[in-house]
Design a protein around this ligand. Structure first.
Ligand SMILES: *[C@@H]1O[C@H](CO)[C@@H](O)[C@H](O)[C@H]1NC(C)=O
Ligand SMILES: *[C@@H]1O[C@H](CO)[C@@H](O)[C@H](O)[C@H]1NC(C)=O
Ligand SMILES: *[C@@H]1O[C@H](CO)[C@@H](O)[C@H](O)[C@H]1NC(C)=O
Ligand SMILES: *[C@@H]1O[C@H](CO)[C@@H](O)[C@H](O)[C@H]1NC(C)=O
Ligand SMILES: *[C@@H]1O[C@H](CO)[C@@H](O)[C@H](O)[C@H]1NC(C)=O
Ligand SMILES: *[C@@H]1O[C@H](CO)[C@@H](O)[C@H](O)[C@H]1NC(C)=O
Length: 735
C-alpha cells in the first residue's frame, strides 16, 4: 500500500527523470496523462512550477481569494481547469489569458460577486463554463464576448436580479444557459438577443412575476424552456412567441388563469407542464397542432360544464392531460380522461361553495383605470408593482382586478387594519423586506382569494391572533427571516387551507403544545435554521396531514420521536445539522410506514442503535447519513428500494462487524461513497472494495428484539395499516 508521501515521491521521481520540472509541493502530478491535482490543501495561490505540458489541473478545495492577471501563462496547454470551492472572490482582468486551448472551466462554489468585462479574456476555445453557487449579482455587458465556442453556461444558484440588454453577446455557439435559482425579477427586452444556437434556457426558481415576453421572443432556436417555481399568477394572450419551442415548464407557480391563446404563436409545442398551480379550469389551447401533453396534475380542477370544451379537445387530439378533478364532490379524485364530456355538467342547483370556484373569465382592461402614485400598473398582466419606491404607508386605490401586488422593499413598519380594501381578487401579495414589525388584527381583511402571502425578511417577532382573519384561502405563507423567538400561538387559527408554512431562519427555541391549532391542512412546515432545542410531544398534533417537516440546522440533541406520533402522512423529515450524537431504538417508529426521505447528515452522529430504524423498510427512498462520526451502521437489509443513500465522510471501521454493510452495499446498484478510516492498512479504501475473506464463518450479530418505549398511535392510521396479505403491492407505500 502506497502512502500519500510515497506516492508524491514516486511521481516526483518520475517527473525528475524527464524534464527539469518539479511537481509543486502538495500536488500529485501524473506526467503520463499530463494531469496535476492539488486538492483540499489550503493553498492560497495557484502553485508555480506546474509542468508546462499539463492538460488537466484540478485545484479545487483551496483558499485562493484572487485569481491575478496572467495566472496561467506558464501552462498554456491546459484543457481542463477545476477551481471549485477555492473561496475565490475576484477574477482580475486577463486572469485566464494564454489559455487558448482550455475547453472546460469550473469556478463553481466560490464567492464571486462580479464578472468584469475582461474576466474571461483569452478563453477563445472554451466550451463549458461553470459559475454555479457563487454570489454573482452583476455581469458586465461584453463579459462573454470572447467565448465564441462556449456551448454550456451554468449561472445557477447566484444572486442575479436583473438581466440587461445584450448580456450574452458573443456566445455564437451556446446551446444551454442555466439561470436557475437566482433572484431574477427583470429581464430586459434584448437580454437574449443574438443567440440563434441556444436550445435550452433554464429560468426556474427565480422571482419572475410575469413572463418576459419580449425577451423570450428573441429566442428563435430554443426548444426547451424551464420557467417553473416563479411567482407568476397569470399567462395572458400570446404570451409566449417562440417558433421552435417544443417543451415549456410552468410548474409550481401561482397560476390562476391561462389565456386560451397564450401559446398560439408557439406552434411547435408538444408539451406544456402546468403541474402544481392553482388552475381551476382550462380552455382548449388554440394554435397547437403538435401538442401531445398538457400536464395539469396538482391543480384544483373543477370538472363541470366549463371543462367540457377542454375535455373534448384533449379527446379529439389525443392529448395526455393528467387531470384529476378536485371538485365537484361527485367527481373528486376522478381522472378527467375516465369521464365522458356529457357528464361534465353545470347543475342549476350549484351550491355556494362551488359557485365560488367557477372562475371569473379573464376580464380585460376596463377596471384598470386608476393606479396609485409611485406604482406601475400593468393591466395586461393584472399586476401592480410598487417595489422599492420609498413608500412609508401602504398605498390605496389599486385597480380592483389586480391579481398580484408587489410591495417589496418599502418601509412600512406596520400593516394596519384593513390595509387592502379594494383587492378582493388579489392572489399574491409580496411584502418582503419592508421593515414590518407589526401586523394589526384583520390587516388583510377582504382579500378572500389570497393564496400567497410573502412576509419574508421583515422584523416580525409576534403575530396578533386575528392578523390573518379574512383570508381563508391562504395556502402559502412565508414568514422566514424574521425575528420570532417562539411560534405565535393561535396565529394560524384563521387559516384552514394553509398548505406550506415557512418559518425558517428565525430564532425560535422550542415548539410548544398546540402551536399549529387551526392549520389542519398543513402539509409542509419548514423550521430550518432556528434555535430549536425541544419539541413538545403535542406540538404538531393539529397537523395530521403533514408531509414534510424540516427541522434541520437547529440545536436538537435527540430525534423528537414523540412529536411524530400524530403524523401518519409524514414522508420527509430533515434533521440535518443538529447536534444529535446518538439515535436509539424505535426513533422513527411513529412515522415508519409513511416516511420516504430521511436526512440525518452532518449531525456528529456517533452511534445508531440496532433497532433505530425499526419499522422503516421498502418505503424508504432516500437516506442521508453523510458527514457523521459513524464507525458502523445497524442492519440496512430492510432498505430494499432506496434511490439515494449517502454515507460519505464517516470513519467506518472495516473489521468483521462491517461485513453486513459490505454485503448490503455489494448487492446495491447505487453508488455508495462509504470509505474505511480504520484499520490503517485499508484507510481510504471503499467499503465495497474491501475483501472480508478473513471474516468467513463470522456470525452476524442478530439485533436483539427491541422493546420500543414509544407508544403507538391513539387512532388507527388509515394509510399505514399493514394488511396481512401475501400478495405483493398491497401496502400503499406512497401517495
Ligand atoms: C488555511 O490557511 C489559513 C491562512 O493561511 C489558516 O488560517 C487556516 O487555519 C488554514 N486551514 C487549514 C485547515 O489548514
Ligand atoms: C441548473 O443549475 C443549477 C445550479 O447549478 C442546478 O441545480 C440545476 O440542476 C441546473 N438545471 C438543470 C436543468 O440541470
Ligand atoms: C438555491 O440556491 C441556494 C443557495 O444559493 C441553495 O441553498 C438552495 O438549495 C438552491 N435551491 C435549489 C432549488 O436549487
Ligand atoms: C339542491 O342541493 C341541495 C343541497 O345540496 C339538495 O338538498 C337538494 O336536493 C338539491 N336539489 C336538487 C333539485 O337537486
Ligand atoms: C426488517 O424487517 C423484518 C420484517 O418486517 C423485521 O422483522 C425486522 O426486525 C426488520 N429489521 C430491522 C433491523 O428493522
Ligand atoms: C390478498 O388480497 C387480494 C386482493 O384483495 C385477494 O384477492 C387475495 O385473496 C388476498 N390474499 C390473501 C392470502 O388473503
Amino acid at each position: 500500500m502506497l502512502t500519500f508521501a510515497n506516492l508524491v515521491l514516486f511521481y516526483l521521481t518520475l517527473a525528475g527523470t524527464g524534464r527539469s520540472e518539479r511537481c509543486p509541493q502538495f500536488c500529485i502530478c501524473d506526467n503520463i496523462k499530463h494531469s496535476v491535482t492539488c486538492v483540499n490543501k489550503n493553498l492560497t495561490r495557484v502553485p508555480v512550477t506546474i509542468p508546462q505540458l499539463t492538460n488537466k489541473l484540478d485545484i479545487h478545495g483551496n483558499n485562493i481569494k484572487v485569481i491575478p492577471g496572467s495566472a496561467f501563462l506558464p501552462i498554456p496547454y491546459l484543457t481542463h481547469l477545476n477551481m471549485q470551492k477555492c473561496n475565490i472572490e475576484t477574477i482580475e482582468e486577463g486572469a485566464f489569458r494564454g489559455l487558448g486551448r482550455l475547453v472546460y472551466l469550473n469556478l463553481g462554489s466560490n464567492n464571486i460577486a462580479f464578472i468584469y468585462q475582461e474576466s474571461f479574456d483569452g478563453l477563445s476555445f472554451l466550451q463549458q463554463l461553470v459559475l454555479e453557487n457563487n454570489h454573482i449579482e452583476e455581469i458586465k455587458p461584453g463579459a462573454f464576448s470572447q467565448l465564441g465556442f462556449l456551448n454550456l453556461l451554468n449561472l445557477g444558484n447566484n444572486f442575479l436580479v436583473y438581466l440587461p440588454d445584450m448580456i450574452f453577446q458573443g456566445l455564437h455557439q451556446i446551446k444551454w444557459i442555466n439561470l436557475s435559482n437566482n433572484t431574477l425579477n427583470i429581464v430586459a427586452d434584448q437580454a437574449f438577443a443574438g443567440l440563434p444556437t441556444l436550445k435550452r434556457l433554464s429560468l426556474d426558481h427565480n422571482e419572475l412575476q410575469y413572463l418576459p415576453n419580449e425577451a423570450l421572443s428573441k429566442l428563435s432556436g430554443v426548444t426547451r424552456l424551464d420557467l417553473g417555481w416563479n411567482p407568476l399568477t397569470f399567462i395572458g394572450e400570446e404570451a409566449v412567441q417562440m417558433d421552435s419551442l417544443k417543451q415549456v415548464f410552468l410548474n409550481d407557480m401561482a397560476l390562476q388563469d391561462v389565456s386560451h391563446n397564450a401559446f398560439e404563436k408557439s406552434p411547435s409545442l408538444t408539451l406544456i407542464d402546468f403541474q402544481n398551480n392553482q388552475l381551476k379550469m382550462m380552455q382548449p389551447m388554440t394554435g397547437l397542432k403538435q401538442i401531445k401533453k398538457v400536464n395539469l396534475k396538482g391543480n384544483p380542477i373543477h370538472c363541470n360544464c366549463y371543462m367540457r370544451p377542454f375535455k373534448e379537445w384533449v379527446d379529439k387530439s389525443t392529448i395526455q392531460a393528467n387531470t384529476v378533478c378536485s371538485s365537484p364532490i361527485s367527481f373528486r379524485g376522478e381522472h378527467l380522461e375516465s369521464l365522458r364530456a356529457i357528464d361534465l355538467k353545470c347543475d342549476s342547483n350549484i351550491s355556494e361553495v362551488e359557485e365560488e370556484q367557477v372562475p371569473a373569465p379573464i376580464t380585460s382592461t376596463e377596471e384598470f383605470t386608476s393606479c396609485p402614485q409611485n406604482c406601475v400598473c400593468r393591466p395586461d398582466l393584472l399586476h401592480v408593482s410598487c417595489e422599492n419606491k420609498g413608500h412609508r404607508k401602504i398605498p390605496k386605490g389599486f385597480p380592483a382586478n389586480t391579481r398580484l401586488l408587489d410591495l417589496q422593499r418599502n418601509e412600512f413598519h406596520t400593516v394596519p387594519k384593513n390595509s387592502f380594501p379594494d383587492l378582493k381578487n388579489l392572489v399574491s401579495l409580496h411584502l418582503q423586506n419592508c421593515h414590518i414589525a407589526e401586523l394589526q388584527s384583520r390587516a388583510f381583511l377582504g382579500m378572500k382569494k389570497m393564496i400567497y402571502l410573502y412576509l419574508s425578511n421583515n422584523k416580525l417577532s409576534t403575530i396578533n391572533t386575528a392578523a390573518f382573519e379574512g383570508i381563508p384561502q391562504l395556502t402559502y405563507l412565508y414568514l422566514d427571516h424574521n425575528q420570532f423567538t417562539k411560534i405565535p400561538k393561535g396565529a394560524f387559527k384563521f387559516l384552514p387551507n394553509l398548505f406550506a408554512l415557512h418559518l425558517q431562519y428565525n430564532s425560535i427555541s422550542f415548539l410548544s403544545d398546540d402551536m399549529m391549532t387551526g392549520a389542519e391542512k398543513l402539509r409542509w412546515l419548514c423550521l430550518t435554521g432556528n434555535n430549536i432545542n425541544y419539541v413538545s410531544p403535542m406540538a404538531l398534533h393539529a397537523t395530521e396531514e403533514l408531509e414534510k417537516l424540516h427541522l434541520d440546522e437547529n440545536v436538537l440533541s435527540e430525534v423528537p420521536t414523540s412529536a411524530l406520533l400524530n403524523l401518519p402522512m409524514l414522508g420527509e423529515l430533515k434533521l440535518s445539522k443538529n447536534p444529535i450524537k446518538y439515535i436509539g431504538n424505535g426513533a422513527f417508529l411513529p412515522v415508519a410506514s409513511s416516511l420516504q426521505h430521511l436526512y440525518l447528515d452532518n449531525l456528529g452522529l456517533e452511534k445508531i442503535s440496532a433497532g433505530a430504524f425499526a419499522g422503516l423498510g421498502p418505503g424508504m427512498r432516500s437516506l442521508y447519513l453523510e458527514n457523521n462520526k459513524l464507525p458502523n451502521l445497524p442492519s440496512m437489509n430492510n432498505f430494499t428500494n432506496l434511490e439515494v443513500i449517502d454515507l460519505g465522510d464517516n470513519p467506518f471501521v472495516c473489521n468483521c462487524q462491517l461485513l453486513p454493510l459490505h454485503r448490503w452495499i455489494e448487492k446495491l446498484n447505487l453508488k455508495v461513497d462509504a470509505t474505511c478510516e480504520l484499520p490503517a492498512n485499508v484507510h481510504g479504501q471503499r467499503v465495497k472494495d474491501i475483501s472480508f475473506k478473513t471474516c468467513l464463518g463470522w456470525k452476524e450479530e442478530k439485533p436483539k428484539s427491541t422493546e420500543h418505549k414509544v407508544k403507538t398511535n391513539k387512532k388507527p392510521i388509515k394509510r399505514s395499516q399493514k394488511i396481512p396479505n401475501t400478495s405483493k403491492g398491497m401496502i400503499n407505500k406512497s401517495r
